[in-house]
Structure formats: C-alpha cells, structure tokens
Design a protein around this ligand. Structure first.
Ligand SMILES: Nc1nc2c(ncn2[C@@H]2O[C@H](COP(=O)(O)OP(=O)(O)OP(=O)(O)O)[C@@H](O)[C@H]2O)c(=O)[nH]1
Ligand SMILES: [Mg+2]
Ligand SMILES: [Zn+2]
Length: 312
C-alpha cells in the first residue's frame, strides 16, 4: 500500500494512507536509501510503500519513493551525521525572533542556503512582535530590509496577540509547509494560533538562559483544516550545512547569484580577487555586509556564529 510518513519517533513511523487512516510502521530490517548516509533513513514527508503485518495493526515500510526535495542538516558535533528534517516540501517557513531566543543572521543564512540548494522557497516569519522594545523594533527593521533586499518575504506576527495570522493562513493554504527554527521561537504556538484545533504542546522560555526547552520532540505533519499540511519540527540549535562548493554557495545567495558572472574571474570566490562585482556591491551597499560576512563564514567552513548585534 502507498502512504506518507507523518511522524517519525525513531524506530516507528506513523503512515497516513487511504481514507485518512494512520498506521504505525517499522522499517524493513537492513533497509537503506541508496547512497544516503543519514541518521534517519525515512523522514516526515516521505512517500512510501508498506505492507501490513499479518494479524497485527502495524506495517512494514519496504520502499521510499524518490524525494522531490528535502532539507538536510549536518550535526555540528564530531559525528557530522546528516539528518533529513523533512522531505517533499512546497514551502519552508523559518520562524525567528528578535525578542527571545534571538535568532542570529548566521543561523538564518545557513538555513536559507540549504533551502535554496534544494529549491524550497522560504519565508521568514518574525514572531513575538508583541514583546518588542523600541530598540528591538529598530533592529528588526534593519534585519527585515536586509532579507527583503536579498529577495525573501518577511512577515511579522505575534502568536500571542494574533497579528497577521490570517495572512499566514493564506500563505499555507493547500501546500505542504515546513516550520523550522530555534527551540522556543514559537513554532508550535503559532501553529496553534493558525489552527487552534491542532492543540499542540508549547513550552516556556527559561528565564536564566533565554532558551527554549525543546518541547516538540518529533517532527509531525498535521493536516490544516483549511487545506494543506504543516510540519511542526523540534527546535534546532545550530544549522550545520552539508558540504557545498564555494561556487554553489554563491548561487544559493540569490542577490549574489545575479552578479556572479560580472566578476573578472570566472572562478572568483569574492574574497580577495580584484574586480569582483560582489565586493563592489557590498561596498556600495546594494549587498548587505552582514550577508556577505555570513557567506565568507560559510565558504570557509566556520560553523560557530558570533551573535550579531550590529547589522550592516
Ligand atoms: N510574548 C509572546 N510569546 C510567545 C509568542 N509565541 C510563542 N510564545 C511563547 O514562547 C514559548 C515557546 O513557544 P513554543 O511554541 O513552545 O516554541 P517552539 O518553537 O515550538 O519550541 P520547540 O518545540 O521547543 O522547538 C511559549 O511560552 C509561548 O507561549 C508570541 O508571539 N509572543
Ligand atoms: Mg514546538
Ligand atoms: Zn567576485
């Protein structure tokens, strides 16, 4: 039978199939996706084939159909294992906030580069605007203009107060949507605002660390009452990127991609080469210095971010 993985809890997968039935499935013994070394062979969003176990209510997954796309993250610890966050996604929403826990542009850019690599259009959602001080609002305005300038839609919301929720519903309708971001930014709270009937568990922010508590522990695809699906995911601390070449990374910064063929050298890395169109654009302000610095960090394999309090 055919189905789609809507939840994965390690060894068990919830598979949605005919007539909206969900069956718990395991994976066949030594099953492996061809050439994919990931911690999870099967991810939420995968279209799969499964067989029912005789005399049981459970199934066994025997095949994963080819993925249309997926978002892969590499762990930043020594193991460097790759994890598929979700697959077959129409649209990604990166939930960020300037309030708490504040999201750095380094994190945002790693996510965006990865989404560009897999051709997944991404919207930035700035949540918790009800908590903004004047200083946060100024910071937010700069950040928003940096990302709009790079070609990304930015939406300001408050899951608590309900600002712009109808607008977000329209963006989600009829599509398979991924929600990602740090723990505690309000992914689940926002989903609850968008579709209260889903009634997801939400957490608290630790006063001391200003960090989330990892309330959502497994990725889960949920049907939206107004059509479409949303994948709520556990918060991620760092977004390690799989290895791309320097040239590829340039292409995954949309504002750089447009200029890359104007550099003097075909293989320009835009670091220190003369007559570089991208460096010139940074100097004249049409490409943001913050984005450019993140580009340099990425191509040079620097994984840890310094929190950026000053945007350029
Ligand atoms: N003031 C305010 N608080 C919010 C808003 N959205 C979420 N919160 C709070 O932020 C905390 C974390 O929200 P969650 O929805 O659990 O965050 P999450 O992103 O799902 O976190 P994980 O599941 O751990 O990844 C909760 O205490 C929410 O009430 C908002 O718009 N304004
Ligand atoms: Mg959550
Ligand atoms: Zn260049």
């Amino acid at each position: 039978m055919d189905g789609v993985v809507v939840k994965s809890t390690g060894s068990w997968y919830s598979v949605l199939h005919s007539e909206n039935i969900i069956t718990d499935c395991r994976i066949k013994g030594n099953f492996r996706m061809k050439g994919m070394k990931t911690t999870n062979p099967c991810a939420v969003g995968d279209n799969i084939v499964f067989e029912m176990m005789p005399n049981e209510n459970t199934g066994v997954i025997s095949e994963i159909k080819e993925r249309y796309n997926c978002i892969i993250r590499k762990s930043t610890n020594l193991s460097k294992q790759k994890q598929v966050l979700a697959s077959n996604i129409d649209k990604a929403f990166l939930i960020v906030t300037i309030a708490s826990p504040r999201t750095s542009t380094g994190f945002i850019d790693r996510f965006l580069v990865t989404a560009e690599a897999y051709h997944i259009p991404t919207v930035l959602i700035f949540n918790k605007i009800d908590l903004y001080t004047d200083e946060m609002y100024e910071f937010h305005k700069t950040m928003k203009s940096i990302y709009e300038n790079a070609g990304y839609e930015c939406v300001e919301v408050s899951a608590l107060r309900g600002d712009n929720i109808e607008y977000v519903r329209n963006l989600l309708q009829g599509k398979i949507n991924l929600f990602s971001g740090h723990s505690g930014v309000g992914k689940s709270a926002l989903i609850n605002r968008i579709a209260p009937e889903l009634n997801l568990k939400t957490g608290i922010i630790s006063e001391y660390h200003q960090k989330g508590k990892h309330t959502t522990t497994f990725a889960e695809m949920l049907a939206l009452p107004f059509g479409g699906f949303i994948i709520d995911t556990p918060g991620i601390k760092e977004f390690g990127m799989v290895n791309f070449t320097k040239e590829e990374v340039t292409y995954f910064f949309p504002e750089m991609k447009l200029l890359a063929n104007k550099c003097q050298f075909d293989n320009c890395t835009h670091e220190h080469e003369p007559k570089c169109a991208i460096k010139k654009a940074v100097e004249n302000g049409s490409i943001s210095e913050t984005r450019y610095n993140n580009y340099l960090n990425i191509i040079n394999g620097r994984e840890m971010d310094v929190e950026d309090w000053e945007l350029k």
